[in-house]
Design a protein around this ligand. Structure first.
Ligand code: GAL
Length: 424
């Protein structure tokens, strides 16, 4: 049974700006928005490396579909939007929005909707024939009061472990082994550590938050994990305490330079044979592919120990902000985002799977085919680090607690108290 744990039971401030139905390039008169279709500023955090290559692929399709609209790249570097989201907030509050911006399905986009910062784009779903293009559960995460506020571009899985088989073999481990539980994995991590390599590579705070969500999911199981976000699982419980102890233990296997790195650096340590394992969303597969690494030979992958049968879900989507200076340019971009051609070109490179239901799995890599299958049959749970599970303010408070714990400014008990306070 598939299940999306975060469903849009989202109280939203009534936002009734109707986006006008218009041609791809014709002028429209959406309330308060500009009408020039000459350009579109697209705000993302896909600024470099494999993420930029994926964005470039989408832009390639966009240029074919809408040659009359100039693409302006508003990307702000920093994995998971670590810098972009703050800047976006500043711009939105100054009423200086980009024409369209990247937002995660679930609680993150609900924040923008509740703040009255997004236009309803339901009419574009009719105009572009998208009503049945996406999984209903995904659309629910973009919908408030029957109005849909963005077009999804991709679906990523956040509970994957990536491994370097040569490093594992050198440490005396079977590179094909998988680990049912964290306890089994610790034994392997000890062996790698003893071999002198970094057992688990990691980077700055947001990647640590993502590791934490993986540990909570592994130790608590999907029901209790979902309960952490809907109030049914107490953050103060001993089961959460035990998970936090496991998280602390995992951190002890990681590279000490972690706080100065972003995700591509941590993945690179694995590619370069300096580290054995890396827990990362499946955008990692895009980095391997960019460097011509072969699955099964240069790298392997498996779901986080204890999370087989669970798909830790996130999806990127694109919006039409209130007051977008080039609303028609944004609509043209949303059309490309929702199109089969745009989704195939982009997701092939991004490592994600298309949000559209009609994609042909055969067009995608070996890893992506496993993700398509998992998404179709696994229990779906919302990612913490990538906006599905909590509002932005909660994620910020959790990130602060994670950073304090990781830098030794708090102990396990304080960490647990701070997490509990963050989610309240
Ligand atoms: C996520 C985003 C992904 C990927 C990742 C790393 O938040 O949804 O598409 O970009 O950050 O930057």
């Amino acid at each position: 049974m598939r299940r999306i744990g975060v469903v849009a039971a989202l109280a939203a401030a009534g936002l009734a700006l109707a986006a006008c139905s218009s041609g791809n390039s014709g002028s429209s008169g959406s309330s308060g928005t500009g009408t020039k279709a000459s350009q579109v500023e697209v705000f993302t955090w896909w600024a470099a490396g494999s993420e930029k290559l994926a964005l470039d692929a989408m832009v390639g399709v966009f240029n074919k579909q809408h040659p009359e609209v100039k693409f302006i790249n508003g990307a702000v570097a920093g994995g998971a939007g670590s810098a972009a989201k703050d800047l976006l907030q500043t711009r939105l509050q100054a009423k200086n929005p980009p024409d369209t911006f990247q937002a995660h399905a679930g609680k993150e986009i609900a924040d923008y909707i509740a703040a009255g910062q997004l236009q309803d784009v339901s009419n574009l779903y009719d105009e572009f024939g998208l009503r049945n293009a996406f999984p209903a559960e995904l659309l629910k995460l973009l919908t408030v009061d029957g109005k849909i506020y963005s077009v999804p571009s991709d679906i990523h899985r956040a509970n994957m472990v990536w491994a370097n088989p040569a490093v594992l073999t050198a440490a005396g481990l079977d590179p094909k082994a998988t680990y049912p539980k964290l306890a089994d994995w610790f034994t392997a991590l000890d062996k790698v550590k003893a071999s002198g390599k970094t057992a688990l590579s990691i980077a700055t705070t947001w990647t640590q938050v993502q590791l934490l969500e993986n540990v909570l999911l592994s130790d608590l199981g999907s029901d209790k994990y979902i309960g952490l976000w809907d109030g049914k699982t107490a953050w103060t419980g001993s089961d959460v305490g035990a998970a936090l102890a496991d998280y602390g233990k995992l951190l002890s296997y990681t590279n000490t330079d972690r706080d100065g790195l972003d995700w591509p650096d941590a993945t690179q340590q694995l590619i370069d044979g300096k580290a054995a394992f890396n827990v990362m969303g499946d955008w990692a597969v895009a980095a391997f592919t960019e460097q011509k690494k072969t699955a099964g030979k240069d790298y392997t992958y498996f779901p986080m120990p204890g999370t087989v049968g669970v798909f830790d879900f996130l999806a990127d989507s694109f919006t039409l902000p209130v007051g977008a200076p080039h609303a028609d340019g944004a609509k043209a971009w949303l059309q490309t985002i929702g199109s089969a051609a745009g989704q195939e070109a982009f997701n092939k490179i991004k490592g994600s799977i298309p949000a559209r239901k009609d994609a042909n799995p055969k067009a995608f890599s070996e890893y992506q085919q496993t993700a398509i299958k998992s998404f179709g049959q696994d229990t779906i749970v919302p990612s913490l680090a990538h906006g599905a599970a909590t509002p932005i303010a909660v994620l910020t408070a959790i990130s602060d607690a994670v950073s304090k714990f990781g830098t030794g400014s708090s102990n396990a008990a304080t960490f647990q108290t701070e997490l509990a306070a963050a989610v309240k």
